[in-house]
Write a protein that binds this ligand. Structure first.
Ligand SMILES: [Cu+2]
Length: 415
């Protein structure tokens, strides 16, 4: 925990315990974080801290949360979820067994430092007055995630697999896991209060079902959804098709969320509908990973939206095909081309393109205030910093090659 974060959290604790200021009910929502100077010692793993297994709304110091399960971070799949780990699994016979633990956590949305722009030629830099604005503000928050990650780690499996998810609730209130877009038996839907009882704090629940679809799906809380989704409880489920035709060379997943922060308050305001922070995979630019591919790669981008608004995601330099939704793959003759794909709330959109065009290209939400974020020290969206913004870097096969549009190449091939 950084000193700055410790100070922020100490302030929250003091205010929370005194019942003043920040702790309006349902807003600062009892997210206690122990101090590093707590007599019981610092918390497990630094980031995995919080309230312990209590349904009491009061802050309890010195409790800590489980470290991530040992299978975490074993990259078994092929999808790269920027800034977010994959969820490993263990096999029980043919069943892929995943462990998912819902927990409060501290999360850094951005450190505000300029992104590594070494990939951009020096002569393209901003200068003078503009350059002084290139640093964005930093922002950390107290959120709810899974296995120490917000959004949760990506679950990846194949069409036809049976998966079992061992779920544990380390939140201070009941929760459940809903499998968004997946055709599961009613009892596995995770709609707590309808198809199952919510899992209480400290409780466990086992989900098990077979995957009959392929595509990009999501998981998110199925209980007290407005609050728990707004605090970050979501992630991807990617199911690969049986067919190995047209397999992409690079697969990237990007989950979109939005937040309301008041200056100096690390607790997202979950009752506000006036969002001022916008994230890809829990990160705001300049802290979102750059997507790096080789020229000629077939690239699939999987977008998911767990926010309250649609996000039209735009790429420079390319026309992609929209090849999938949360309903699975779109038949080839029904796919549509574009350079912007709108991703409405609760949907996923897969796009694909062949990375023929070398260079460094912007990829961002085209609601332009979603690439700015509030409180960012930057001139009104001019600098490439803040919000839903990253770069696609296409490394040329031949750095000295002459730029050619594919139409030129195919024309040349004609008699
Ligand atoms: Cu947007």
């Amino acid at each position: 925990m950084t000193n700055r974060m410790t100070r922020v959290m100490s302030a929250v604790l003091v205010l929370g315990l005194s019942g003043g200021g920040l702790t309006t009910p349902g807003y600062s929502h009892d997210l206690g974080i122990p101090h590093d100077d707590d007599p019981k010692g610092p918390s497990v793993e630094g980031k995995m801290t919080g309230l312990g297994q209590s349904s009491s709304p009061r802050i309890e110091r010195g409790k800590s949360y489980s470290p991530p399960p040992p299978s975490m971070g074993q990259q078994r799949g092929v999808v790269h979820t920027l800034n977010v780990p994959a969820l490993g699994y263990e096999l029980d016979g043919d069943v892929k067994v995943f462990t998912l633990i819902a927990q409060p956590m501290e999360h850094e949305f951005t450190d505000g430092q300029p992104m590594d722009e070494s990939i951009i030629p020096l002569m393209n830099r901003a200068f003078g007055h503009m350059a002084s604005h290139m640093k964005s503000t930093s922002q950390s928050g107290v959120v709810w995630g899974y296995n120490g990650s917000m959004p949760g780690p990506t679950i990846e499996a194949n069409e036809g697999d049976t998966i079992r998810v061992m779920f544990k609730n380390e939140l201070p209130e009941p929760t459940s896991v809903h499998w968004h877009g997946l055709e599961v038996p009613n009892g596995q839907d995770g709609a707590a209060g309808v198809t199952e009882a919510p899992t209480p704090p400290g409780g466990t629940h086992v989900y098990e079902f077979t995957l009959y679809q392929s595509g990009t799906f999501m998981y998110h809380t199925g209980y007290n959804v407005m609050k728990q989704d707004a605090l970050g409880l979501g992630g991807f489920v990617v199911v690969h098709p049986k067919s190995s035709l047209n397999k992409p060379d690079k697969e990237i997943a990007i989950l979109m969320q939005e937040w309301t922060f008041a200056p100096g308050n690390p607790n997202p305001n979950i009752v506000s509908m006036d969002f001022n922070w916008f994230t890809f995979n829990g990160k705001a630019a300049p802290s979102i990973e750059v997507i790096t591919v080789q020229q000629g790669d077939r690239v699939r981008l999987r977008f998911g939206n767990l926010s309250m608004q649609s996000h039209p995601i735009h790429i420079h330099g390319y026309t992609w095909n929209v090849v999938g939704t949360e309903g699975g793959p779109i038949p080839e003759n029904a796919q549509w081309p574009g350079a912007t794909v709108n991703v409405p709330p609760g949907t996923t959109r897969d796009v694909e393109f062949v990375a023929w065009n070398p260079g460094v290209w912007r990829l961002h939400c085209h609601r332009l205030h979603h690439v700015m974020n509030a409180m960012a020290d930057m001139p009104m969206g001019v600098a490439p910093h803040g919000g839903m913004f990253t770069l696609v870097r296409v490394i040329p096969k031949d750095p000295d090659g002459v730029w050619q549009h594919p139409a030129q190449v195919s024309r040349k091939g004609q008699p």
